[in-house]
Design a protein around this ligand. Structure first.
Ligand SMILES: Cc1cc2nc3c(=O)[nH]c(=O)nc-3n(C[C@H](O)[C@H](O)[C@H](O)COP(=O)(O)O)c2cc1C
Length: 311
């Protein structure tokens, strides 16, 4: 998730355990193909077998509409150490869409096929290529054209956010459409959108019939959610720590920010605020309004202290 699931956050999520893999923030390919050094900078995990130092596999996501530049960039990512590539056809940002990237390609399904195919053809066969899509630009039914195009291009699986671009993040989320795609498409579908609790997860699972799930905002708003889901499903406990308290986990994020970006306190502060904002909007941590004006990390932590929720 752009602006939040950077290397420090991925390292932290690795500490939590219970996730099969994480996907990077999108790396945008615009005027020129990206060189390997961009991926080494944006995705430091490429140097460590494409896993966080806390053991979480990381998939590199790229975004753009130019097949050849996307293919060359994907190849550079793989040369830098990427083990799999995801292509973003879901981002709703007007700036990104205005530059022919993300969800804008949902309006021309054959271009989805072209981009996926170019990336697929450029990479060694053992490197999987997947695609992340919204249901369509305006119509939820566009997914019945867009999803097959991604698969024809060579996508090994699809992650589907069950909304259109026009909806941005507004309700409702159209889980029933994912069931229909899942039944038709012949590759695994990762269901995505609005899983904020175990109940949501159960409903999503029943409605979509999917076996794979991507949790975005919910994973950050309710940091114990993945563990809760795996415990409730009776899965083997994976390595990792139970959610202790917000205090502990925010301190751990500060630690990881210092490891990856020493001496950049403003950046750390921005990331903490982003996280608390998501927790405020989608979880039970009701302190964002108070801390959003904090000017230092120390101030933010001090202002939070009295209210910490130990859930
Ligand atoms: C702040 C923010 C940044 C995001 N950045 C990305 C991104 O870089 N790549 C991507 O595939 N999806 C991105 N998304 C979309 C999420 O991956 C996900 O599809 C969406 O939030 C719906 O799932 P959720 O309800 O579990 O959050 C972003 C979402 C948000 C809120």
């Amino acid at each position: 998730m752009d602006g939040i699931t950077d290397a420090p956050m991925r390292a932290l999520v690795g500490e939590w355990g219970c996730f099969s893999y994480s996907v990077t923030e999108f790396v945008r390919v615009s005027g020129e193909a990206l060189p390997a050094k961009v991926f080494r900078r944006e995705v430091p995990e490429v140097a460590t077998d494409c896993k966080t130092v806390t053991g979480l596999p990381v998939q590199v996501q790229i975004l753009g509409g130019h097949p050849e530049r996307m293919a060359l960039s994907a190849l550079a990512a793989v040369r830098a150490g990427a083990k799999s590539i995801d292509i973003n056809f879901g981002c709703p940002s007007p700036t990104v869409n205005g530059n022919d990237g993300g969800a804008s390609l949902l309006r021309t399904p054959c271009r989805i096929r072209e981009v996926v195919r170019a990336v697929r053809d450029a990479l060694p066969p053992e490197i999987p290529v997947s695609a992340k899509l919204r249901l369509g630009w305006e119509s939820i039914d566009d997914i019945f054209e867009n999803a097959p195009m991604a698969v024809e291009g060579g996508a090994a699986w699809l992650t589907l956010h069950a909304r259109t671009r026009t909806q941005r993040y507004e309700p409702p989320v159209f889980w029933p459409h994912l069931r229909r795609v899942n039944e038709l498409i012949g590759v695994p579908v990762v269901a995505n959108g609005d899983i904020f609790s175990f109940d949501d997860f159960q409903k999503c699972r029943e409605t979509t019939g999917c076996e794979h799930f991507m949790v975005g905002r919910g994973a950050l708003a309710v940091p114990g959610l993945a563990r809760q889901i795996s415990v409730n499903l009776g899965l083997e406990p994976t390595a990792g720590s139970e959610f202790e308290s917000w205090n502990t986990w925010l301190s751990r994020l500060i630690y990881w920010c210092d490891q990856f970006h020493p001496g950049t306190e403003r950046r750390t502060l921005a990331r903490l605020k982003q996280w608390l904002n998501i927790a405020y909007r989608h979880g039970s941590l009701d302190v964002f309004q108070r801390v959003k004006r904090a000017e230092t990390v120390k101030e933010l932590m001090a202002w939070l202290e009295p209210d910490f929720v130990n859930n």
